[in-house]
Write a protein that binds this ligand. Structure first.
Ligand code: GRF
Length: 200
């Protein structure tokens, strides 16, 4: 069984997709803990409803104490490592992880990003795709699951899915289509890892 710690910052629909797949027996995995950098993340409520251990680890106290973000990442890694996960899954985690975190889980931190490799890196990938679609520059965007490295939204790509877009789409249209694609893609990747017995 794949042992997962899921990092979240927001709504948690991707976390929910993982929990639903586990609950209906189509994903042989266990979510050991859900960790958020935001106290108001609805993802935490989803985890609590599923009886999963949660932790809220804010960056603010580190900032206020003038401590570098590497300290935060090191402490976060310590907490995550205490659950002994096979994989750390960033599912809507809006915080760039630095080396002090990544060295604790080499090549075993994966991230879901709402764009295809090399396209729309960074924060508002869906907004950027919507603008490009609106200008008639693209007919599709997509999403990917990739291994996290210290370079933003790069690292080995495990899987991608295309999401069609058109100039008449609203941002909500694209967002809705994107999320539907992400839920399938993320669970598929985890299923693949579980099936291949890639626990370590
Ligand atoms: C997703 O689009 C993910 O790709 C991005 O943030 C969004 C999170 O959605 N990084 P949710 O919190 O899983 O609903």
């Amino acid at each position: 069984m794949l042992r997962l710690v899921v990092l979240v910052s927001g709504h948690g629909s991707n976390l929910q997709a993982i929990l639903d797949a586990i609950a209906d027996g189509t994903l042989n995995a266990e979510v050991l803990a859900v960790v958020s950098n935001r106290g108001d993340a609805y993802a935490l409520e989803r985890a609590e409803l599923a009886d999963i251990t949660t932790a809220f680890v804010p960056l603010k106290p580190y900032r206020e104490a003038g401590r570098p973000r590497e300290d935060y990442d090191r402490d976060l890694a310590e907490l995550v490592a205490s659950f002994d996960p096979d994989w750390v899954v960033c599912a809507g985690w809006m915080h760039i992880l630095s080396d002090p975190f990544l060295v604790r889980f080499p090549d075993h931190v994966i991230n879901l990003h709402p764009a295809l490799p090399g396209e729309f890196p960074g924060k508002d990938a869906i907004g950027a795709a919507w603008e490009a679609a609106h200008r008639g520059m693209i007919m599709r965007t997509g999403c990917m699951v990739h291994v996290v490295t210290s370079v933003l939204d790069e690292g080995v790509v495990f899987a991608t899915a295309e999401v069609p877009v058109s100039a008449t789409d609203s941002r909500d249209d694209i967002e809705e289509r994107m999320h539907a694609a992400e839920h399938v893609l993320l669970v598929d990747v985890l299923r693949g890892l579980a099936d291949r017995g890639e626990e370590s």
